[in-house]
Write a protein that binds this ligand. Structure first.
Ligand SMILES: NC(=[NH2+])NCCC[C@H](N)C(=O)O
Ligand SMILES: [Mn+2]
Ligand SMILES: [Mn+2]
Length: 321
């Protein structure tokens, strides 16, 4: 396997967008994800793959005390809509800037609510693009179907404009976007914990999804091929990868907020990234839900953070040989 090329990024410039955000769910600590990855050598590793690198911090200056005081903020079922909307709007703009400038957006979370920003910024820059969402969860609950009220379980529904009439009023920036994600533009790999309401949405909209059942049945190579074909039938369109580390089994990724057993092996998880990078179409990456404070041993932190680093490296062209 030769080193992948990056059709969209001849400048080989990456912007690491820090998204130290936890308001899309209830467990604190996930806001430390970006710092942990940076502290463990993310930038150096990217640079050693031949990319120039800068860091964007769109949430800088937000009043964290005020955000904490907002924990009581609930709209219908949705928790902390004000905070989630404000942070997601800032992250949208940071990703949009990357696409405009031809810099690879690597968004590091934080919880997965920020996926609503990265994938909408992606389709507004690349209306024919495809999205692969690697996750144990479908994150496609609407304001009406969510049982937990956690917006990290809803970003795909928001990015698709589902149940828009029941959105918390704060999401005006999202409501104003020209392009939203269409059902045929997104597919999943790694699902194994999908709520009943989400199953209905996936079925009704005909969204292609590859669960762990499909990984077992067809093998990861065939699943990645089918996923790329689903969202990029011509083979020529850009692909965004939104990677929730809980897609990988908790054996390898223990330090995450909603672990589910029976997941991807570490190699299956990395193969997805290697293969999409190898297509030459990779347009952006999110790495989310690394929560160091949920580790019960130091090994858990090291394993989880190293998995995050490996995902980044595979995306940016690291190959085994
Ligand atoms: N990004 C995640 N880890 N999402 C977990 C979502 C879990 C559940 N489906 C919910 O809506 O609350
Ligand atoms: Mn998940
Ligand atoms: Mn997720």
């Amino acid at each position: 396997m030769s080193n992948p090329h990056y059709k969209l990024y001849p400048k080989k410039h990456v912007t690491v967008i820090k998204a130290p955000f936890s308001g899309g769910q209830g467990k604190s600590g996930v806001e430390d994800g970006p710092e942990q990855l940076l502290k463990s050598g993310l930038l150096h590793q990217i640079e050693s793959l031949g990319w120039e690198c800068s860091v964007a911090d769109p949430l800088e200056g937000l009043d964290s005390a005020k955000m904490k005081a907002n924990v009581e903020d609930v709209y219908e079922r949705c928790k902390r809509p004000q905070m989630v909307s404000e942070c997601c709007e800032r992250i949208y703009k940071a990703v949009e800037t990357c696409h405009q400038q031809g810099s690879f957006p690597l968004t590091v979370g934080g919880d997965h609510s920020i996926g609503m920003s990265t994938i909408t910024a992606f389709v507004n820059a690349h209306p024919n693009g495809g999205i692969i969402w690697v996750d144990a969860h479908a994150d496609i609950n609407t304001s009406s179907t969510t049982c937990s009220g956690n917006l990290h379980g809803c970003p795909v529904a928001f990015a698709m404009g589902l149940d828009r009439k029941n959105w918390p009023p704060q999401f005006k920036w999202l409501d104003a976007l020209k392009t939203l994600v269409k059902p045929e533009q997104i597919t999943y790999i790694g699902l194994r914990d999908v709520d009943a309401g989400e199953k209905k949405i996936l079925r009704d909209l005909g969204i292609k999804a590859f669960s762990m059942y499909h990984v077992d049945k067809y093998g990861i190579n065939e699943v990645v091929r089918m996923a790329m074909e689903a969202v990029n039938p011509s083979g020529e369109n850009p692909i965004h990868l939104s990677y929730d580390v809980d897609g990988i089994d908790p054996l390898y990724v223990a330090a995450t907020g909603t672990p589910v057993r029976g997941g991807l092996t570490l190699r299956e998880g990395l193969f997805i990234v290697e293969e999409v990078a190898n297509s030459g179409n990779l347009a952006g990456l999110d790495i989310v839900e690394v929560n160091p404070s949920l580790a019960t041993t130091d090994i858990h932190i090291v394993d989880t953070v190293n998995t995050g680093l490996s995902i980044a490296k595979c995306a940016l062209g690291d190959t085994i040989l």
